[in-house]
Design a binder for this molecule. Structure first.
Ligand code: 9W4
Length: 418
């Protein structure tokens, strides 16, 4: 039996079903797992991981173990742990310390527990595990070959550490791989945000005026999926090139002050605070729905909303009805937090398949050659993206063309053509 602390081991069977469902949607990781079963690229490795305990993460954990690694796991956010999945992992012998709703103290206790087996590799989402090793466990640093980091914020912090010469081992920025960010943000956030809105409201999207704040990667994904459901999409932007892309995609662009008057559904996806504030709430139509899929819970100024409202009630799960002093009602989803995570299940498994395949290959790289690397943040080679996208396409039954020798020569020579 593993070392573990989870909410309830009796939930293991339900957790197994969730994991098996995810496995059936994650063909790239499953292909890599089958390969790794014979090649054992992680044999002898001890991997400490601090990553959301979800059905998709469990597929990664099973793959790491099938590749020969010993694993010890904690969750990287107190609210993202799925207790059924955690129980299933514990029951099948993975050391795991994670339960939904743990306190800040318990969070760090869990990380400490995962370090007890003296890891040789670390896997992070948000860099909490690496920070713990750096600040509290200098004795472990010599034994650690390297680490990986899943998110933008984690990578930013680690780059700052490396710049100051404080990073004690090499780290792969998995976040920066094209097969991670370009697919997570557009297709993952796109679909799961719509999913969150529909679960929290069950509204018809067709015919609605759907306002997207910010036309970056996430905004693009959400806008395209909303349009696909028959909504009339309006985008707001501050950057001319981004706004122009939205216009050429066929959407209307206008300032939020204008959009506020006509929108039925508003979603913020900018990464900046105060996208929807008091003067917008004052102009909104009765029944307007507002939500956020951008940065934490700062894009919608809830303080302003509270000030303007004379009352509120939870009308459905993840859906609060605010009644304004003039009687208009505004519906805030998921308390202004990320609607795709709090009201739905985050990125679909097919999207996490690509991110986590990058994690797996990054750890294999470190196990093989990590000792030759410097103590800095590395990007994964672009060939890895091509390899992963190639596997994904094959598993989807798609084939592509290849350049002929003549074409390669044509492309590489400056003499040919005019
Ligand atoms: N989940 C999360 C965070 C906060 C949160 C209702 C309000 C991120 C990436 C992946 O952060 C994550 N707050 C909640 S629920 C909730 C969930 N509430 C509850 O009241 C506060 C998170 C990566 N990922 C996917 O996207 C899909 N599979 C994955 O592993 C997971 C979770």
């Amino acid at each position: 039996m593993s070392n573990h602390k989870v909410a309830d081991l009796k939930l293991a069977e339900q957790g197994r079903l969730k994991i098996e469902w995810a496995e059936s949607r994650m063909p790239v990781l499953m292909t890599l797992r089958e390969r790794a079963r014979t090649e054992q690229p992680l044999k002898g490795m001890r991997i400490a991981g601090c990553l959301h305990v979800t059905k998709e993460t469990a597929v990664l954990v099973r793959t790491l173990r099938a590749a020969g690694a010993e694993v010890s796991w904690s969750g990287c956010n107190p609210l993202s742990t799925n207790d059924e999945v955690a129980a299933a992992l514990a029951a099948e012998g993975t050391s795991i310390y994670a339960w939904h709703g743990l306190s800040v103290e318990e969070f760090y206790w869990c990380i400490e527990k995962t370090l007890e087996f003296k890891p040789t590799l670390t896997l992070d989402d948000g860099a909490d595990l690496i920070f713990t090793v750096h600040s509290k466990h200098p004795e472990l640093q010599g034994g650690i070959i390297g680490g990986t980091e899943e998110t933008t914020t984690g990578v930013q912090r680690l780059r700052a550490m490396a710049k100051d010469g404080k990073l004690k081992y090499p780290v792969y920025a998995v976040n920066d791989s094209e097969t991670k960010w370009d697919f997570d943000n557009v297709y993952g956030t796109g679909q799961s945000s719509i999913d969150g809105i529909v679960r929290a409201t069950s509204v018809l999207l067709a015919g609605k005026t759907f306002v997207v704040g910010g036309y970056g990667h996430c905004g693009r994904g959400v806008a395209s999926r909303a349009a696909g459901m028959g909504a009339n999409v309006v985008c707001t932007e501050i950057k001319p090139t981004a706004a122009l892309k939205a216009v050429l995609e066929g959407y209307r662009v206008m300032p939020m002050d204008e959009a506020a008057k006509i929108g039925d559904i508003f979603i913020t996806a900018t990464g900046v605070r105060d996208i929807l504030v008091g003067r917008h709430f004052e102009r909104m139509k009765d029944g307007a729905i507002i939500c956020n899929t951008g940065h934490y819970d700062v894009e919608i100024n809830i303080g302003d909303l509270e000030k303007l409202a004379k009352g509120k009630r939870e009308i459905r799960p993840s859906n609060e009805e605010y009644t304004m002093k003039d009687g208009r009602r505004i519906y805030l989803l998921a308390q202004g937090r990320l609607v795709n995570l709090a009201a739905a299940e985050g990125h679909p498994s097919e999207v996490m398949d690509m991110s986590f395949a990058n994690q797996f290959l990054a750890l294999c790289r470190l196990a093989k050659d990590g000792k030759k690397l410097d103590k800095k943040v590395y990007e994964l080679p672009p060939e890895q993206d091509q390899e992963l996208a190639g596997i994904k396409l094959r598993t989807m039954g798609m084939a592509i063309d290849a350049l002929t020798e003549e074409q390669k020569k044509y492309l590489s020579s400056w003499e040919e053509g005019t």
